[in-house]
Design a protein around this ligand. Structure first.
Ligand code: 6MZ
Length: 379
């Protein structure tokens, strides 16, 4: 009984320290660089939307409910799910709503800088163009009330308000939000070019980059290359999903293209790892997503450890926090619990991500200041 009691006490202590660490990871100011809008929608909102469409007879609610509430998801299942999500979020008002909620959810996690990526969509039946879709997203950013959304670069010297409510500050939290436009791998060259041109047109409205994403077993690099080259010529920063599947030819081509950042980098071989490491291209690491979709065999064997030990530039990201039931705080907690990083190391990891944001120098300066202040309170 004594041994059992001791075990109980040890377990209680462990539970207490887990709780403390989780709370610390929430309090840590964080930078999110890889979050897909539709993958970040709350389950409760998806269920509500599914119920409404179910009542109208557009979908079978019970089928949808099971899919949304299901846990493990293969990569292919994810992309089937996105088609379903898109059915639920097609109209302008819903796009505005989910954008607002996604920003609020990230701000609740003390994310202080957020790049949301989304695929501008044409949908004739809803009178939606890529442009009107993006206007609906931006409307969502402008109607956030719970936190102050900073969509434009501001003069950091004129702005001394703490951003994350650290130290019991009761003023509204602030969050920088920027948008990346995604090219979906199913799109044609012309559609991909439209997205790049739209990003250029909307660069004064918070749009700062281009992403290439979508089902990695669909499409050819040559199809998107003209659009990506065009973005490069226009000086628009680019991030590319790389190596979600072992497509050797494409991994080479992506590494040769040298985008500003890379997402995932799961299935690289020895030479590709060498090339990546010598390139020093920052990598957006998505632990939970990679383990759930099979891009990494387990948390313990995730390539985070190798890249971290090699001091490769990294930032932890959620990918699809709704779809994978995670949060950025949870991703930091997983790094602590799986790889044994200390609080000081986690803080450094979070702070380093400031250097990889696509926003301009004013924002970086402001974020560096914020981390300096936070360090005194958290470490
Ligand atoms: C590749 C992904 C992805 O754009 O409609 N997307 N692409 N790999 C992933 N890892 C699991 N997760 C999400 O958000 C959803 C879209 O983002 C891309 C897919 O194209 C998906 O349809 P938006 O807001």
């Amino acid at each position: 009984a004594a041994a059992g009691g001791g075990g109980g006490a040890a377990a209680a202590m462990e539970a207490e320290s887990e709780k403390e660490m989780r709370e610390w990871c929430v309090a840590l100011p964080k930078v999110e660089l890889h979050a897909h809008l539709n993958g970040s929608v709350r389950d409760s909102t998806l269920l509500e939307l599914a119920k409404q469409l179910g009542d109208k007879g557009v979908i079978a609610f019970d089928d949808v409910k099971d899919v949304i509430m299901k846990n493990g998801r293969s990569l292919l299942e994810c992309f089937r799910l996105f088609d379903l999500y898109h059915k639920l979020t097609t109209d302008h008002d819903t796009v505005t709503r989910i954008t607002r909620e996604v920003v609020e959810d990230f701000a609740t996690e003390n994310v202080v800088y957020l790049e949301i990526r989304t695929t501008p969509k044409n949908n004739e039946a809803k009178g939606m163009t890529k442009r009107s879709y993006m206007n609906a997203v931006i409307k969502g950013l402008k109607t956030v009330e719970a936190v102050e959304v900073m969509l434009f670069d501001s003069n950091p010297l004129a702005d001394k308000t703490p951003m994350s409510g650290l130290g019991g500050d009761t003023r509204k939290k602030k969050i920088y939000v920027r948008l990346l436009l995604s090219i979906d791998r199913r799109e044609s060259t012309a559609a991909a070019l439209d997205t790049v041109n739209l990003a250029m047109e909307m660069k004064d409205q918070g749009v700062i980059g281009i992403d290439l994403s979508g089902n990695p077993v669909v499409g050819e690099w040559e199809t998107y290359l003209p659009a990506l080259e065009h973005a490069k010529q226009l000086g628009i920063p680019i991030t590319i999903h790389c190596g979600e599947v072992a497509n050797r030819k494409e991994i080479q081509e992506v590494l040769d293209f040298c985008p500003q950042r890379l997402g995932h980098v799961c299935c690289l071989n020895g030479d590709e790892w060498k090339k990546l490491k010598s390139s020093m291209i920052p990598v957006e690491i998505c632990l939970t997503s990679n383990v759930m979709t099979g891009g990494a065999p387990s948390l313990e064997l995730h390539h985070f450890a190798d890249l971290y030990n090699a001091k490769h530039p990294l930032s932890l990201c959620t990918d699809d926090s709704g779809l994978f039931s995670t949060s950025l705080s949870n991703e930091y907690y997983l790094v602590a619990s799986t790889f044994g990083l200390s609080k000081a190391e986690l803080f450094q990891l979070s702070q380093n991500a400031v250097e990889f944001v696509f926003a301009g120098d004013d924002v970086k300066i402001s974020l560096r200041e914020l981390f300096k202040r936070a360090e005194k309170e958290l470490i």
